[in-house]
Design a protein around this ligand. Sequence first.
Ligand code: HDD
Length: 684
Amino acid sequence: MGNEKQNNVNGSSKNEQLEQYRVDDSGKHLTTNQGLKVSEDEFSLKAGERGPTLMEDFHFREKMTHFDHERIPERIVHARGFAAHGEFEVYDSMKEYTKAGFLQDPSKKTPVFVRFSTVAGNRGSGETVRDARGFATKFYTEEGNYDLVGNNIPVFFIQDAIKFPDLVHAIKPEPHNEMPQAATAHDTFWDFVANNQESAHMVMWAMSDRAIPRSLRMMEGFGVHTFRFVNEEGKAHFVKFHWKPVLGTHSLVWDEAQKINGKDPDFHRRDLYESIENGDYPEYELGVQLIKEEDEFNFDFDVLDPTKLWPEEEVPVKIIGKMTLNRNVDNVFAETEQAAFHPGSVVPGIDFSNDPLLQGRLFSYTDTQLIRLGGPNFHELPINRPVCPFHNNQRDGYGRHTINKGQVSYHKNSLANNTPAPASEGEGGYTHYQEKMEGRKVRARSESFKDHFSQATLFWNSMSEPEKEHMINAFSFELGKVMSESIRQQVVDMFAHVNLDLAKGFAEAIGAKIPEGPGSKVTKSSPALSQENTIKKPHTRKVGVIVSNQFDGADVSAVIDNLKEEGLKPEIISNKLGVLKGVDGKELEVDHTFLTCDSVLFDSLYVAGGKVIDKKFKDDTVYFVKEAFAHFKPIGATHEGAHLLEEIGVNNASGVVTGEDMNTFTSQFINAVSAHRHWDRELV
Ligand code: HDD
């Protein structure tokens, strides 16, 4: 369907292609799917007003049949997802390392589609659960679609794809009662962990703040596996891919994350959707770590082992380009739900490694689309179509759109002069990297994959004190929900190999036997792994501004305007919707009431107050402030608000800013917001 027209790929080429499929029903007459205009859509055809419905009512039958078939199976993992369109540009040509066309020319923009997801929960589950996040990117390049199907955690639970069904069965709700939804805090998950100790490293990440991101715009992405870059001369490098968010990597706190799931189960998608609608386009830089093939064995990890990362201090991340997400989808089902990703969708210049997890994934993704999208033609769905032409001898199957002309659908042939014809490498034909292989056919794991704990310890060593504390709390929470005493003890004993302080820390909380050893001798750390060292910026941070009537008009409005100018997002909270009046007649439109929002939905609070504050208003404000304070959030206050903070006794704490000079107050408050959270704060 018009794909020949699309071989001039640019940032908008996917959008132009999708335009051919968009339909706007507004202002049109209602018709059946056959195009017949319908005169009535409320009453079925009956034998008399009070009689039975007639079989001949084709309009009723068509409408009801379509409805009855509207649902498709959700993804077996990563069911809950949200996506956006955007574009990618490379900073400098990567010719030295790869011939991939979209990584050559800095003036070229490649359209992308990114779907973020949680892993364990179903399509309707909460979004701020403790879980890895999927970060799947489809690059619509002129050489075909390239899918980078990653997560926000750089390592994985298992080393071999044959264990994936076991892992997923263990994580998902338990089969006898379908509980718990979207949570790892249950017996089967931890039983799997203790009995499959290769999971140790990823479990450390999953128990860290990385598993509760503040925003999809503020988390890293990783291709996880080692891939290969191959250049024009056929020379290959091992490569790992990283997405680095321009706003830095930031997380929620666990108590807050759990509350958000009740207050706004759509928290992450709302944040992404609104940011794009507001023109605050999420940006991520693409980084690569490169290892020469001849250096394959020069590290204390096996480059093929997906439970290992390459410490950035040993193998630096080279930043090579930027992705900007700038357009929301028009229809979530048509685009987000029907998007089909596949780590095996590669372009010339990008190839695989023998990572046994990756190798298994190369089978699984097409297989799953066949059941989920109902047949082999899912590549024809608008969201999945490449923007370059595609030709082959595949025919027929459910839902075929393409009308292939001619009598020939096989190769080799003479009737059509052997077209479509394979392309030579010079003509852009994909050739697989000619890695020399030899070995025996074995079901085995390499000896070099057997160190399960060193990098788990490296991760622990790299955390700041607050991050370590959060991890001990996370283990204590998760295992506190495990019913089996034996599993609790097995996990303590397992993590005693990672770090003794950690294992002792949570053993105590869950009433397990405190381990005496063995501990770990690993002292190495990688500062890049700590979120303490991330980028800190105030941009797009949500500030809940608590205001009442008779507020100090000029001052409060000046603060709000200043915050907006600096890219923050102040939203007015009061006891009822409508317009608030300042003492000088200045007006503010209320965005939320205490009832319709909550402190957990904001990054910070600014308590401005006003002269008209009754007991209920004060109680609600105190509740908001105490909760935000307990979540280590920056809090600002002026005028009556400052007195209130004094009354609560939080006015002198870290990250709490009060002041009478509005300029000084605003700049100090913005600094406090940039810090994200104030971990050094004592709880009230
Ligand atoms: Fe997977 C979906 C990421 C291991 C089998 N996976 C899926 C998605 C992401 C990942 C982001 C959602 C894509 C979307 O938004 O549609 N998966 C990963 C990562 C892995 C990983 C980073 C380890 C490094 N996955 C993995 C293994 C297998 C699968 C080992 C099986 C052998 N994954 C699937 C799947 C899914 C999937 C069952 C479900 C829906 C889909 O593919 O399209 O085939």
